[in-house]
Ligand binder design. Structure first.
Ligand SMILES: [Fe+2]
Length: 575
């Protein structure tokens, strides 16, 4: 009976949240709920046995591309264009009858004669296809034409380049992805872009569908699992603090990335640091605010000496659709190849019901932490963090990406998991307490904790009477955070911004913790009513991102709206 309830609740959750995800857009095609060629999915299209009956031609501006290159498609001789004709991109080996096994698609407008596609490297030969309704525009689809096969210029192009902090201040993880594990991955780096004198080798990993816990993640298919390529990671060591390094990744055999640069974090507590923080960004253009956040953050990291980025869970929202990870990693590369991208775990990376023996966090039980009072459902669609832990990295002082801590100048930062047991009896709680206890506040006067689900939010959630997870976070962790004088508690999950006074147990107090909900980075925006809680100092429902500047005396937090990059809210804490 219990399993029936769990599975039923999982289905309800899928139905409730699935409305945003009925398409995929790793090639940056926006999909609306009502413009999907669902009939092409339900009924295999007619495919003529004779090529002479192909009624259109489909041309591409190039058959060889690099990542982010635009390909222009043109077509001719389509006698009747129906409102739901579409051009889509496929692996070349996919049968012509499998019209819905696309990676992305665009509906053809009647007056349209060309369209542009921004390419990502999926490490396989691809082709575009044109499918049209029959002459009445009501019947089944017919395959009209396909383009020449298009291929990446380099199947082993280093892509998805990103950085992360490791255990020591002189270390930096540099990660990238190719189509091969044949050669040892390498990072060449140095203090000058014209002399990358240092070399460091790395390691390679990958995963397959059966490595993940359940469901869609276990299933091969264009809108489920595809071969994700090989993830390479190099740990640079003996780096100097506050020093800019130039680097490239790759191999002589398979080619090299362009040269990127990063500035290592300071070792001196007297140096100021500058971080960017957000949660729930997701993949553009499916997620309406994701591109504007990405564009604003790229501008910040290019114009300002940003020390690192904190992404507090719900990254790609791939949820078993593997190419969404390709799209997301490509989207954040201009940020993450330049500043360390420190990710925390969210429900859309981790939450699962079955397959617990494959759960990389080591949580017990088939679905990990699933107390009766929590709405922990099926939100990773079975990924159970496998794609996340293969891509992202962190210090090893806790439990992989699930909980860890690190220092950035005068700040000690703890990322923990609201998707795992955080109660006083839990392993995670014990780790949190020992980490909080061990912080040297004369070395790092500022203490920030970050996780995914809110401890406090003044926006109403119409889907439930009480947010029991928030109440449990208040019961189990708020006293701990207050006792150890945490300055700022950051979280996301709700898609809006909400900042409290320094508070404890629902009262503003001078020595309390300031809680900030920063889940407004892109996926969508909540539109709930506010409770009017006296502890909520500012809240709104607008896409944006946060910046956090600190030296050993002042912490200045700002929240900016994407639309104009103006400051919507800010506060200053002083030691
Ligand atoms: Fe979430």
């Amino acid at each position: 009976m219990r399993w029936i309830i769990i599975l039923l609740s999982s289905f309800i959750a899928f139905a409730a949240t699935g409305k945003h995800f009925n398409g995929n857009g790793p090639f940056r095609k926006p999909h609306r709920i009502d413009d999907h060629p669902e009939d092409a999915c339900r009924h295999p299209p007619h495919v003529s046995s004779s090529i002479s009956e192909t009624v259109a031609t489909l041309n591409v501006s190039t058959t060889i591309y690099s990542t982010n290159e635009q390909i222009t498609i043109t077509w001719t001789s389509v006698s009747t264009v129906c409102h739901d004709d579409f051009i889509a991109i496929y692996f070349a080996e996919i049968p012509l009858t499998a019209a819905c096994d696309y990676y992305d698609y665009e509906v053809v407008n009647k007056t349209q004669g060309s369209m542009s596609w921004q390419m990502i490297n999926l490490r396989r030969p691809l082709e575009f296809r044109y499918y049209s309704r029959d002459h009445t525009c009501l019947g089944n689809y017919t395959f009209l034409a396909k383009s020449p096969v298009i291929q990446p210029r380099n199947y082993n192009e280093p892509t998805h380049i990103h950085l992360a902090y490791s255990d020591r201040i002189d270390q930096m993880f540099v990660s990238y992805l190719t189509n091969s594990s044949q050669y040892i991955p390498q990072c060449q780096y140095g203090l000058n872009p014209s002399s990358l004198n240092f070399r460091q080798n790395g390691t390679t990993t990958t995963y397959t569908a059966s490595d993940m816990c359940e469901g869609k993640a276990n299933t091969w298919g264009s809108r489920a699992f595809i071969d994700p390529g090989y993830m390479h990671t190099i740990l640079l060591e003996n780096l100097h603090p506050s020093t800019t390094y130039y680097y490239r990744v790759g191999t002589d055999e398979h080619g090299w990335s362009p040269i990127n640069s990063f500035t290592n974090r300071p070792a001196d507590k007297n140096e100021a640091v500058y971080m960017i923080a957000y949660g729930d960004m997701s993949l553009a253009p499916l997620a309406p605010g994701s591109q504007s956040t990405t564009d604003r953050v790229i501008a910040r990291v290019q114009s300002t000496n940003v020390t690192c980025v904190l992404h507090l869970g719900d990254l790609s929202y791939a949820m078993g659709i593997a190419v969404q990870w390709d799209g997301f990693m490509n989207q954040i590369q201009p940020i993450a190849a330049h500043v360390p991208y420190m990710a925390a775990i969210g429900n859309h990376e981790y939450d699962h019901v079955l397959g617990g023996e494959k759960d990389p966090s080591g949580a017990s039980g088939p679905g990990g932490f699933r107390p009766a009072w929590g709405d922990y459902l099926y939100d990773s669609r079975g990924e159970c963090a496998i794609p996340m832990v293969h891509r992202f990295h962190s210090p090893s002082n806790g439990n992989s990406l699930f909980w860890y801590s690190f220092d950035v100048g005068p700040i000690h930062i703890i990322h923990f998991s609201t998707e795992h047991d955080f109660r006083r009896s839990s392993i995670q709680y014990a780790w949190l307490e020992q980490d909080l206890r061990s912080v040297n506040r004369s070395r790092t006067p500022w203490l920030i904790v970050g996780s995914h689900r809110p401890m406090y939010a003044s926006i109403r959630d119409d889907s439930k009477d009480f947010d029991f997870i928030a109440l449990m976070l208040q019961f189990h962790l708020e006293p701990l955070f207050y006792r150890y004088h945490v300055d700022v508690n950051l979280f996301a999950h709700r898609h809006s911004y909400d900042r409290t006074c320094p508070m404890y147990q629902r009262k503003c107090v001078s020595d309390g913790v300031t809680h900030v909900l920063i889940g407004m980075a892109g996926q969508d925006i909540d539109t709930g009513e506010y409770t009017g809680a006296e502890w909520s100092m500012y809240h709104d429902e607008v896409y944006g991102y946060c910046q956090l500047w600190a030296n050993q005396t002042y912490l200045h937090f700002t929240y900016r709206h994407n639309i104009d990059d103006n400051i919507a809210d800010q506060f200053v804490l002083q030691k």
